[in-house]
Write a protein that binds this ligand. Sequence first.
Ligand code: ADP
Ligand code: MG
Length: 720
Amino acid sequence: MSPPGAFASHAAMPESMAEGRAAPMAGPAKAPAKSPAKSPAQKALEKLGLRRDIDLALHLPLRYEDETRIQRLIDVRDGELVQFEGQVTHSEISLRPRRQLRVTVDDGTDSCVLRFLNFYPSHQKTLSVGAQVRVRGEIRGGFVGREMVHPSFKLAGGELPGALTPVYSTVAGLPQAYLRKAVLGGLARADLSETIPAPFLSQMRLQPLSSLREALQFLHHPRPDVALAALEDRSHPAWQRLKAEELLAQQLSQLQARRIRAAMRAPALNGQSRAGGQPSLQAQLLERLPFSLTAAQQRVGVEIEADLKKNLPMHRLLQGDVGAGKTVVAALAAARCMDAGWQCALMAPTEILAEQHFRKLIGWLEPLGIKTAWLTGGQKTKERREMLALIASGEAGLVIGTHAVIQDKVVFKNLALAIIDEQHRFGVAQRLALRSKMTDDGQEPHLLMMTATPIPRTLAMSYYADLDVSTLDELPPGRTPIVTKVVNDARRDEVIGRIQGQIAEGRQIYWVCPLIEESESIDLVNATQTHADLSAALPGVLVGLLHSRMPPAEKKAVMALFTEGLMGVLVSTTVIEVGVDVPNASLMVIEHAERFGLSQLHQLRGRVGRGAAASACVLLYSTGDAPRLGQTARARLKAMAETNDGFEIARRDLEIRGPGEFLGARQSGAALLRFADLTTDAELLAWAREVAPVMLDQYAGLAQRHILRWLGGKAEYLKA
Ligand code: ADP
Ligand code: MG
């Protein structure tokens, strides 16, 4: 039944085991056919992002299996992945401990029992007594001798491959054998002609393999005598070549995006005093603020102003720790924009946050005669229509809202500045959409992005070469540092006791509930339960519940009660994660803290410590059935307990997770590096940074081909 030359594999094998094994019983794997109807495997390929031949060629093996040799059972150790040939000496279906096929194979040096918990008649047929078979699997010391569970097998004999067998990362519905053929096909068809000019190649200190084709062919099918360590740690010349190409593509595309932007025009927002000799809005706003700006806020303000005065679109990231005071910086930029007679839009990732900005900015700006429009998804049609009219006529100088701000229907009269708060929460497509709200004469708005998740410098250099960065490295005065305690969930009652104490002092408490699964409904059950528990444990205290499934009006009502100080405890899922500002809240309890990411924990913690009172954060953890917490969870909680500094947190986060995931979580849209690693490939990065501008100038055609090859459709996103 199995195709000649292919190992039969076990149909009921768990996905993890099946990986790397042979074709399913269903029949020989075919390379993707060119028929219009897509097979499930083709869809799975697309899901992996493997659309073009070059994408397939760049889908590199996770690891390799050595099928190039036949081993002797007597020479191999338990736990090794082994391939051997021998004769079936015994075959039976045993019913205990459960129904299974047990086959003994003897290779003349030793014997091994193959066990199959699920099997087909074809298994029995191929593995009948007397048959010579080739078997591959992990060998274990079993109860009564050595055994393999669910090994792959086929009839013995036949040629041994000359190269290691690649094992690719795959998804459900995409058998390894199918993927292998698809990759092989892609590799054969892809245009792998040289794009890097020879003088640049020779500038590299490490000598990579001479061509991309050679490097890829090698990495997909390495010779068995290769030093596997050099493949694993990616130091092999073939890897060097690939990483150099990838880094070059990244630098080229960012440089190109920067140049494209440099050719675009934006309104120059020069400061003006108002009609009738009145001071500018900005000056009036500064005058009215209940505090004076920190030195960091002033410095950053100057940087932004300098950009806004130019007729080039600003593309600036304002990073500053939670509570550093980014909002007022944004408000001052908005005032500058309106002073010049243009509109400004402020977009926030959640309705709660947008609403909070709205209130705060209204409080500051309406007394100065500025009209502010409010846009959100949950808005009534009539109100929405009114708002759209205000925006189109230009009557509203400032527009605040959620994603609703970038919808097609929203037409600005003259948008000159777009501010995106907590930019990492927005997708790239949304940022692009905001920027596409161009003015009539084709000018682009200036873009100011704000984030409380700072980017460590090494990453900023390579991923955000296309971005100017301003940093608020100072907190407003009078903040008391937050004390963070990591507490076992078994001591929950003590924590509740502590809440009572805080309430008695007139303070308010956030209690954030676990993110048990990706499923919101399960989170909800948890939050609801905790809400009930706390309500019972704290008689006389108003305990509120907030979660993302609530209708907006209800959320608003709960939030209002908490903001006004009428509610003692707010139990919530992570909807409060970003930006909420209630200075009287001084205790944050995070349940199942071990399940949160580091930057998320830091964001959550930033909800307290906003007033003058000493604040605390309690990270409740639970090890579940395990004796202790996993290593990375422990590292995260430890980092939280040890530092309040967002930059240090970001650095540790990067250390714990590695750049790929770190950036992935930010939805940065910068093409993530798949192969290169900034910590180990600094030298290649330096090379790419040096070469990219020259290549763009002198070899424009090659540069375009190189970008397209590596980034394909993603190149557009780099402009965001
Ligand atoms: P974030 O950077 O996290 O967005 P916010 O802009 O919400 O921080 O500011 C946090 C709090 O600090 C707000 O209540 C804000 O009014 C206050 N604040 C901002 N700047 C100053 C300052 N220079 N002095 C005192 N308080 C400030
Ligand atoms: Mg904020």
